[in-house]
Write a protein that binds this ligand. Structure first.
Ligand SMILES: Cc1cc2nc3c(=O)[nH]c(=O)nc-3n(C[C@H](O)[C@H](O)[C@H](O)COP(=O)(O)OP(=O)(O)OC[C@H]3O[C@@H](n4cnc5c(N)ncnc54)[C@H](O)[C@@H]3O)c2cc1C
Length: 509
């Protein structure tokens, strides 16, 4: 017998879990399959930037994570044995700063939220094939079991089987040679308040304390191996290499490394899928884009994809929008991934400092600049992705009569404004979104606009009044907290925007 779902999500990493939670909030029936036998126990990421934290909040999946996070990520870079740059990453001046926590904790919180929303991950369930037709997708699972779904979301990571089966090219190239990676127990007298990086002529070495407090002696070690392209090293070999390298590059005692929790070798690639959608197959997260882990942009970008895709897919499934709305998913998200690839590649090239000229530039020009608080604030702001805007996308109203200086503009992110709901209860904009749209308005305009928007969006619209709201304008905020439209009530603009976006995938002013 073939089982069925409205959407099958392949992959229970951060992107797949965020997508599944968001779809459930929009009322969509979803199945999540993952080939792994159970949740990952080792973490790749250790920072989720601010925009990703906002996504967790809007999904209702933040739980107690903020209380468990370190306040910021501090990286001390040593050049010639001297602490030359102290970089503070983390607080982009938002109520929801970055979380400095292992990826496993974030995934666990997302799984718990998904279970609350009625869906559990089906572990040990690999997708092996897919067949698409006009009415949906038949997903073939390991062992020949079949699932029938209206839509298939490939959130199955960088080696995505979904992407390959859908025939979506993933062009790109390796960015670096190989890196050694290990999480080890080591008894060093090295401050655990932040990470450490040593610039060295043979390549940098990093030691990051793994969360667990002062009592824990777990460190994440990463060392660059210029010239190494295809080394296949066993765990004991990697450990032996680190025992030597920490001495050579950082002056640390290699004998103090007791054991490794896990170890691996990886090479940084930059690749971007040619398309995020082919028919009824969609891609999100690392399945659509991979880049350097320097700067920690993987989870925030994948979870942002998920939130953007979820409301569009839900409207199409519910028959409220045409498939053209789904094309705006790629139009809005792929330019951001292009920028992430560019920025992380530039940072990585600086980190590996290949060549004597670049090393001189780093020591004498970039090190002093890197210590400057304004430079660090700017770096944190960019990494936070709070400034991501879809102004240039197809859903943004251009040439608005509001003038260029009025913020936010159609397509911009709307911050988490304190608001009152229709009954006068104090609340926050982002807490009210959770699978809904918000109309920010007052008085009679609010109810009139609610019924106008309801024609297109049903009962998924909440009316809110921000604190100190003193305009007779109305704002329509999308479920992913971007401004859809702003303007005067009863001007016809709201209906024009909704009709254009939902039916044609284009904003009409
Ligand atoms: C060393 C390192 C450090 C990093 N540090 C950071 C950081 O600090 N911050 C940050 O944001 N990012 C960081 N990243 C990147 C981050 O880990 C990834 O971007 C993120 O895990 C991608 O999430 P995803 O859900 O797209 O894919 P994944 O996490 O890769 O999840 C894909 C899932 O799909 C499953 N799957 C694969 N194929 C199939 C199949 N055929 N059928 C069923 N299931 C399948 C897999 O089992 C897996 O569970 C780091 C990466 C590395 C390598």
């Amino acid at each position: 017998m073939t089982e069925s779902a409205e959407v099958v999500v392949v992959g229970a990493g951060p992107a797949g879990l965020a997508l599944a939670c968001a779809l459930r909030l929009h009322g969509v029936a979803v199945r999540v399959v993952d080939q792994a036998p159970g949740p990952a126990t080792t973490s790749r990421a250790n920072i989720l930037h601010a925009r990703g934290v906002e996504v967790l909040d809007r999904l209702g999946a933040l739980g107690d994570l903020p209380g468990r996070s370190a306040p910021s990520l501090v990286l001390t870079t040593y050049i010639g044995g001297r602490a030359a740059i102290v970089t503070r990453f983390g607080d982009a001046g938002t109520p929801r700063p970055a979380l400095v926590l292992p990826q496993t904790d974030i995934e666990a919180q997302l799984r718990a939220r998904l279970a609350e929303l009625g869906t559990d991950v089906e572990w040990g369930t690999a997708l092996t094939d897919l067949v698409e037709d006009e009415g949906g997708v038949t997903v073939v699972l390991d062992g020949g079991r079949k699932l029938r779904a209206g839509w298939l979301a490939g959130c199955d990571g960088s080696h995505s089987t979904v992407r390959k089966l859908a025939g979506i090219p993933f062009p790109g190239a390796p960015l670096t040679d190989q890196w050694l990676l290990a999480d080890v127990h080591a008894g060093w007298e090295l401050a655990r308040a932040g990470g450490h990086g040593w610039a060295h002529k043979d390549g940098p070495l990093f030691a990051m304390p793994m969360p667990g407090g002062e009592a824990d002696d777990r460190w994440r070690l990463m060392a660059y191996l210029p010239g190494a392209k295809d080394e296949r090293l066993t765990e004991p070999e990697i450990l032996a290499a680190f025992r030597r390298l920490v001495g050579e590059r950082a002056g640390l005692d290699g004998d103090r490394i007791r054991d490794a929790v896990w170890a691996s070798v990886f090479r940084v690639h930059r690749r971007l899928a040619d398309a995020y959608r082919r028919g009824r197959v969609l891609l999100a997260g690392d399945a659509a884009h991979i880049h350097s882990p320097m700067g920690g942009q993987g989870m925030v970008t994948g979870m942002g994809d998920a939130e953007n895709l979820a409301w569009k897919l839900a409207l199409v499934i519910q028959g409220r929008a045409s498939g053209r709305l789904l094309d705006t998913y790629q139009d809005e998200r792929r330019p951001l991934a292009t920028e992430v690839l560019r920025n992380t590649s530039a940072t990585t090239r600086l980190q590996i400092g290949d060549g004597p000229l670049l090393r001189l530039l780093i020591s004498w020009v970039l090190a002093p600049l890197g210590n400057h608080p304004a430079v660090q604030r700017r770096a944190t702001q960019v990494a936070s992705q709070l400034g991501v805007s879809y102004r240039r996308g197809p859903l943004a109203v251009r040439g608005s009569l509001l003038g260029p200086d009025r913020r936010p503009r159609s397509g911009d992110r709307v911050p988490d404004l304190p608001c009152a709901d229709a009954d006068g209860h104090v609340t926050r904009l982002h807490a009210e979104l959770r699978g809904r749209w918000a109309l920010l308005a007052t008085g009679d305009a609010a109810e009139a606009c609610r019924s106008e928007a309801g024609t297109f969006l049903g009962d998924r619209v909440v009316v809110l009044t921000p604190d100190g709201w003193s305009t007779d304008e109305v704002w329509l905020v999308r479920p992913d907290a971007h401004l859809a439209w702003r303007g005067r009530p009863a001007s016809g603009g709201l209906t024009r925007w909704l009709r254009g976006a939902l039916q044609h995938g284009r904003a009409r002013a």
